[in-house]
Design a protein around this ligand. Structure first.
Ligand code: FAD
Length: 402
């Protein structure tokens, strides 16, 4: 039985950029930093999980415009180009199919006057329409016997008795086992989870479909998903009907970790994103944006999800996929399923699953710390070097990201 406060895909799963990445660790470099002893296994599990999602979509004819495209990470400054080249060596060593594109070569993939180069990686990425994916998954779950109750908010979790009680406006559900999959919304239902993550709002613009002439001006024949290498970064892609989705940069935290519809739109961020888009693609001054929205991302200090349990193991949770949850949630579902049904499963022995991330400090320190880190990120993007605060956090293996 699934209890959903609004409709399927109401949360980040229906609003994201649709980048599907095989990594479970928010990239190889971050995985090496946090789980060096397990990185090979995590990379293998990530690829298996990614292939599993692609196969599942095909097998169940989920119409979600899944396109297996390469990932293009681009540099808009000399410093970003140097960082990408550092990555290149590590990723090649680990067997990734990654190619460096210099200033001229990158233009063959994507035309923009501000690009200094890029890394193109094939084999572990795809693009989807995320809302259609969420609806398709719910259709298959229903065919398999799941009952999905929409417009049914869980008001609180009561765990004292033999069953966990979940009161909703339509009545109380009593369950022997519960999976809490409320990600950025989790702090409301289980206060203790607040220390594990910060909900930050991320926003996107979607353009009108490009005309053939506009498509010609931008190139992009191979339809890669693209992200720049800034600390405040943009991600952008073509949709199946040739619109451009352009998102990222701001990651907006609200005091106390508040989430809700009041934060779903932010005109100031939309204006900034549009300005930045026009700098990236000055040849598309005539392109208009027809859709704009935002949603909450749950970020942990290590940028990978946190697993745990409550009420003597009868409730399990996973949250905090940071900006890469479309595919990682599938792996998390496997972990949570194993915790409840197959406690001997080897994936449960991974440090990745067992170790909690370093907690965020409580308020008001949390807001102050995030403001400090975001300020340092803005300065680092301007100056082209990380600065003392970010370098220290890097060494400690903690941070903040969308
Ligand atoms: C703008 C944006 C862009 C992103 N881009 C990407 C991307 O390109 N690639 C990528 O991999 N990831 C991306 N992400 C992150 C990704 O979307 C998330 O990590 C992932 O969708 C999390 O899935 P989830 O099921 O854990 O959480 P959600 O999809 O947020 O689902 C949680 C659900 O719980 C429900 N809920 C909450 N409280 C209650 C309650 N009390 N009772 C009942 N139901 C409740 C909510 O309504 C919601 O539907 C992006 C996120 C955002 C916001």
């Amino acid at each position: 039985m699934v209890l959903e406060q609004q409709g399927v895909g109401h949360g980040a799963s229906g609003r994201n950029g649709g980048f599907c990445e095989a990594t479970l660790t928010h990239g190889l470099a971050n995985g090496l930093r946090h789980f060096p002893a397990e990185i090979e296994e995590l990379e293998r599990l990530g690829k298996e999980n990614f292939r599993g999602l692609v196969a599942f979509v095909a097998e169940h004819a989920i119409a979600c415009d899944l396109e297996q495209t390469a990932l293009l990470e681009v540099a808009t400054t000399v410093a970003q180009a140097a960082e990408l080249q550092e990555d290149l060596a590590v990723r090649r060593q680990r067997g990734e199919a990654v190619t460096w594109l210099d200033r001229d070569q990158v233009q063959d993939h994507l035309r923009s006057p501000i690009l200094h180069g890029g890394l193109r990686t094939t084999g572990g990425s795809a693009l989807v329409d995320p809302a259609r994916l969420a609806r398709g998954l719910s259709r298959v779950a229903t065919e398999w016997g799941a009952e999905i109750f929409e417009q049914t908010p869980v008001e609180r979790i009561i765990g004292g008795g033999s069953r966990i009680e979940l009161p909703t406006p339509a009545g109380t559900v009593r369950a022997r086992r519960v999976v809490l999959a409320t990600n950025a919304y989790s702090g409301r239902l289980l206060r203790r989870l607040r220390r594990h993550f910060v909900p930050v709002y991320d926003y996107v613009l979607v353009s009108e479909p490009l005309t053939p002439a506009q498509r010609e001006r931008v190139g992009w024949a191979r339809r890669e998903g693209v992200a720049d290498r800034g600390n405040h970064f943009h991600y952008f892609r073509l949709t199946a009907d040739d619109r451009i989705l352009w998102g990222g940069y701001d990651a907006v935290y609200h005091y106390g970790g508040r989430v809700g519809p009041a934060f779903d739109h932010r005109p100031e961020t939309y204006r900034r994103l549009e300005r930045q888009f026009r700098t990236m693609f000055p040849q598309l001054q005539d392109l208009r944006f027809s859709h704009r929205w935002g949603g909450p991302i749950a970020s942990t200090t290590r940028f990978t999800c946190a697993f745990g349990s409550a009420f003597g193991g009868r409730l399990v949770y996973a949250l905090g996929y940071t900006g890469l949850g479309v595919v990682a949630t599938r792996f998390a579902a496997r972990v949570l399923g194993d915790r409840l049904l197959d406690p001997a499963s080897p994936v449960l022995r991974l440090q990745f699953v067992r170790r909690s991330p370093v907690p965020f400090p409580p308020e008001p320190l949390r807001t102050a710390a995030l403001a400090l880190v975001q300020g340092a990120m803005t300065r680092a993007d301007r100056r082209g070097r990380r600065g003392v605060l970010l370098s220290t956090l890097d060494r400690l293996g903690i941070g903040f990201d969308s």
